[in-house]
Design a protein around this ligand. Structure first.
Ligand SMILES: Nc1nc2c(ncn2[C@@H]2O[C@H](COP(=O)(O)OP(=O)(O)OP(=O)(O)O)[C@@H](O)[C@H]2O)c(=O)[nH]1
Length: 125
């Protein structure tokens, strides 16, 4: 699970239109780093789910950190303004006991909250 950091502040500082552009930039960045078999979708305002069916937990962590770094290292030029932002991610592996995908999402969300609590712009697994 991935959630943009302090996104309300981006909207408040730069306006909703630039906020939308940031969401698009995030989606494009993630897509550019995924394989064809991976799944990616928006699950809330500034929250996204990434499913990596053929990837173990360690490789998923590395991919999540590549996404984090790609975002953190970018300064966008939008409407003549320099805009930077960060993202926090929580990574979890599916377990044989999982009955529905929501169980995996819930665990990944807990890791995401940990990433937020531990300072944002980070990945927890
Ligand atoms: N521009 C834009 N803003 C959106 C969209 N969907 C949700 N938002 C905004 O996203 C913001 C989310 O704010 P919060 O839930 O407080 O989270 P946050 O500011 O990112 O803070 P943390 O998640 O704790 O780092 C709200 O201000 C929403 O209005 C959208 O489609 N476009």
């Amino acid at each position: 699970m991935a959630d943009l950091d302090f996104f309300k502040q981006i909207n408040d500082t730069h306006g909703h239109f630039i906020g939308d552009k940031v969401l698009i930039h995030f989606s494009q960045t993630v897509k550019s780093l995924l394989s064809e078999s991976d799944l990616f979708g928006r699950v809330g305002g500034e929250e996204f789910a990434i499913l990596l069916p053929n990837t173990d937990l360690e490789d998923a962590f590395q991919l999540a950190d590549s996404i984090r770094q790609a975002i953190s290292n970018t300064v966008l030029e939008l409407e003549g303004k320099a805009v930077s932002y960060t993202v926090s991610l929580g990574v979890e592996a599916s377990e044989p006991e999982d009955q529905v995908i929501d169980e995996l999402f819930k665990r990944a969300d807990l890791k995401l909250y940990g990433a937020k609590d531990n300072g944002r712009d980070r990945v927890e697994k």
